[in-house]
Design a protein around this ligand. Sequence first.
Ligand SMILES: C[S@@+](CC[C@H](N)C(=O)[O-])C[C@H]1O[C@@H](n2cnc3c(N)ncnc32)[C@H](O)[C@@H]1O
Length: 228
Amino acid sequence: MLITRGLQPIFVKNSDLYTYTMSQADFSPAAERNKQPILEVLRQMLPERGSALEIASGTGQHVIWFAAHLPRWTWQPTDAQPGALSVIAQRVAQQGLTQVRTPLLVDVMAPRWLAEDAQFDLIFCANMLHISPWASCAALMRGSAWHLAPGGLLVTYGPYLEDEVPTAAGNLAFDQSLRAQNPDWGIRRREEVAQEATRAGLQLTARHAMPANNLLLVWTRESESDPK
Ligand SMILES: C[S@@+](CC[C@H](N)C(=O)[O-])C[C@H]1O[C@@H](n2cnc3c(N)ncnc32)[C@H](O)[C@@H]1O
């Protein structure tokens, strides 16, 4: 098991964030629906113990579910919005989950996320890429390549467009509604996400089709690449 060290954020840049009010933020029906299907895939691929960093934790519903069901993992939730951190902390406290660390402010666009030597066996990021500017994809890949321990996995979850797969009507409508809200948002093309991953030294090693036309994608470090 790898231990994370010195989990202080270096600084946080105020980028073009998904904004929500506290009343909307404290519960996500989608997270409630997808947490169990995601957990089932994580269970198949993860060892019994390890350390996990969650990027864009949002309401914290995922992290508390995963921590409760993978109790030998330690979890570090983060989000770029200060308001999200207190919601996550409240949820963690309500569940009495001692293996979840204090939520930290991390914006993937910041040049450094955490202490340089912080390493994790898993980095998990759900539903951020389509609700942030495209540049956040490269930033997620670069930061993940930096903070993944040898043999570690980056898991991204959410809707994607794919070259060889017809897009579901629901995803097309969702994409249009995202772009109408903010022209910098939108569902990302899986092949373009993979190009950014390759630039950062990561490669796509598994693709899981998930309910409601979502994908769970697993990214690993290319064997010779070392971002340090
Ligand atoms: C739709 S919510 C998803 C929350 C949670 N992961 C889920 O699946 O329910 C998108 C989240 O991405 C976060 N976010 C947006 N831009 C970000 C950035 N540049 N760095 C880190 N988090 C970001 C938002 O603050 C928000 O919590």
